[in-house]
Structure formats: structure tokens, C-alpha cells
Design a protein around this ligand. Structure first.
Ligand SMILES: *Cc1c(COP(=O)(O)O)cnc(C)c1O
Length: 306
């Protein structure tokens, strides 16, 4: 890509030390994808990469995508567009707010054109008619689906596995749409590795959706989605989860956020207490980034003094 500067790749891996891990004889490592870039980081960088390369190959200078008002994806896309001198258009779910939140302000600042549409309209976002209307309004563009969840996104996620030098028994990731998890399962390199996803919202369909997305060769890879740590739904938190995030930062100097990584790490440590993992297990948890989203939780954000 022309000039996305200062990407910290491969992202480092940090081992976590605490008494619980010692007492259960389990090793926990975190793949620090949140450190790839201050903004173009984690899960969303992985998924954007090949979309950006593909747009470049097709000589498209305008990128259009979708997301909510705190979208990590649109935020990263706007920043990348700004660095690469590409026009970006963000179609945002919900009516325009009186005051733009910090995430939307950033996007606008980076030159992204924002268009707010009703939740009802947003549901039409993949229909041909809706996309044709967008082309009428904005001219030609390169379309990136919500979240960067397409085959280019899957390809970028798989590159994470190429960065691993050591073997892990269990690889954990956060699960929203399941694109990351599905890509990891499909591109697994070590037969014994198990993939454990943590659902960050209530979605009983997830397991079936992933099953359907998998191609034959992944039949042999074991995986599971844990649905016990969504804390009531997407972007829902609790005083205990906030406290956990604050303490995790103090103890390990690793910043988590309550939408994704906080829930996953809470889940991993809780499963540890419940003896879900066999002694001797080596766990790798993928930190999906998305730290800008912390600003959507002003109280927690204040306590963290970022
Ligand atoms: C979008 C996002 C996810 C969700 O990933 P899926 O591939 O949709 O399951 C996880 N973590 C972070 C930080 C994200 O921004």
C-alpha cells in the first residue's frame, strides 16, 4: 500500500502473570493487535488491509462503508483514507445527533463524508436498489461491507496466524459477526489448536452462521463459541466489568475496553476459575483493538485517565 506509515507489525505478544494462572498451571498470552496503530488497529486493521489493497489495484479513490455511531471500522477507515489520500464516505446507522460524538468528530476531521440514515433504511444496506441510490448520490465508489466483513477481510485476519512462532492449545478471540473466528478456523495450521470465541452480544444464531461459513477443510479444527460473557448485549457493561478493566490496566499495563476485549479477558479468567482449561494449557487471546470506543463510556474513560 502506498503509505500507511508506522504500522507495528507483527504485533507483539505479552505473557500475563497472576496467581490464578500459576495455581492452575496455565499460561496466558495476549496478541497485542491493539498496538498495531493508534487508530488503524486490531480486528479492523486486519480486515481493512486487503480491502484497501484491492481498491488500490482497481484504482478506486473513493471508499464507502457502513457502521454505527461508534464504529471501530468506520473510524479506522476514515483514518486510513486520510493517510492514503482516498475519499471516504461513512453511511451511519441512526438519525444525525445534535452534537457529533468524539468518534464521529474524528471521522469528519479526517475528511470522511458522513451520511446518517434511519435504522430501517440501514437494514436495506445490501440491497441492489439501495446501493444504486448511493451511486446516484455519491458517484462511483469501492464498497466495503459493514465491519470489513468480506473475503478480503477474512484474508487479512488469517495473516495473524502467520505471525505466530509458538504453538498454543487454545486461541481466543472476540466474536461480533464471527468473521475473525471463521477466518482463524479456516486457516488453522496446527491440528491440535482449539479456537474459542467469546460472543459480545446475544446472538444464538452465531454458531450456525459460522458453521455455514466454513468450507470443508476446516472440519477437523475444533472450535466453540462461549455465550456467557456478553454482559446483557452489545456494548453493555457493568460496574464489575468496568472495575475489571481498570484493574487489568493497573496490574498488567494493558488497556482493555468493555465492548470486546474486556468481555473476552473476563471470560477467559472466569473459565480458568471454573477449571475449563486443562493444567498445562497454553492460551493465546487476541486483543482486537477498538480502544477508541472507550470514549463512548465517559465514566470509565475518566477513571482510566487516558
Ligand atoms: C469489530 C470488532 C470485533 C468483531 O469481530 P468479528 O470479526 O465481526 O467477529 C472484535 N473486536 C473488536 C475490537 C472489533 O472492533
Amino acid at each position: 500500500m502506498k503509505s500507511l506509515t508506522s504500522l507495528n507489525l507483527p504485533s507483539p505478544i505479552t505473557q500475563i502473570h497472576n496467581q490464578l494462572l500459576d495455581s492452575k498451571n496455565i499460561k496466558l498470552f495476549i496478541k497485542r493487535d491493539e498496538l498495531i496503530h493508534p487508530v488503524i488497529q486490531g480486528n479492523k486493521w486486519r480486515k481493512l488491509k486487503h480491502n484497501l489493497l484491492d481498491a488500490e489495484k482497481k484504482q478506486q479513490d473513493t471508499l464507502l462503508s457502513f457502521g454505527g455511531a461508534y464504529s471501530n471500522h468506520l473510524h479506522a477507515l476514515a483514518a486510513a483514507g486520510n493517510q492514503l489520500n482516498l475519499k471516504t464516505i461513512g453511511i451511519i446507522r441512526g438519525e444525525a445527533p445534535k452534537h457529533l460524538n468524539p468518534c464521529l468528530q474524528d471521522m469528519q476531521h479526517w475528511g470522511m463524508q458522513l451520511k446518517f440514515i434511519s435504522r430501517l433504511e440501514y437494514k436495506q444496506k445490501t440491497s441492489i436498489e439501495f446501493l444504486n441510490n448511493l451511486k446516484q448520490a455519491f458517484g462511483d465508489f469501492y464498497l466495503i461491507p459493514e465491519g470489513g466483513n468480506n473475503s478480503a477481510g477474512m484474508k487479512g485476519c488469517a495473516e495473524l496466524l502467520d505471525e505466530l512462532d509458538d504453538k498454543y492449545d487454545v486461541i481466543c478471540c472476540e466474536v461480533g459477526s464471527g468473521t475473525m473466528l471463521s477466518s482463524l478456523i479456516q486457516n488453522n495450521k496446527i491440528a491440535e489448536t482449539k479456537y474459542l470465541g467469546f460472543a459480545v452480544m446475544k446472538n444464538p444464531q452465531l454458531d450456525n452462521e459460522i458453521k455455514e461459513s466454513l468450507i470443508e477443510k476446516s472440519d477437523s479444527t475444533t472450535w466453540e463459541i462461549n455465550h456467557h460473557y456478553h454482559f446483557g448485549g452489545f456494548a453493555k457493561t457493568s460496574p464489575e466489568l468496568d472495575e475489571f478493566i481498570i484493574n487489568f490496566k493497573l496490574k498488567h499495563n494493558i488497556q482493555l475496553e468493555p465492548v470486546y476485549s474486556g468481555k473476552m479477558l473476563w471470560g477467559i479468567l472466569d473459565l480458568l476459575k471454573l477449571d475449563y482449561f486443562k493444567p498445562g494449557t497454553r492460551i493465546l487471546a487476541i486483543h482486537g483493538g477498538g480502544l477508541q470506543g472507550l470514549r463512548g463510556f465517559p465514566q470509565l474513560y475518566q477513571s482510566l485517565k487516558i
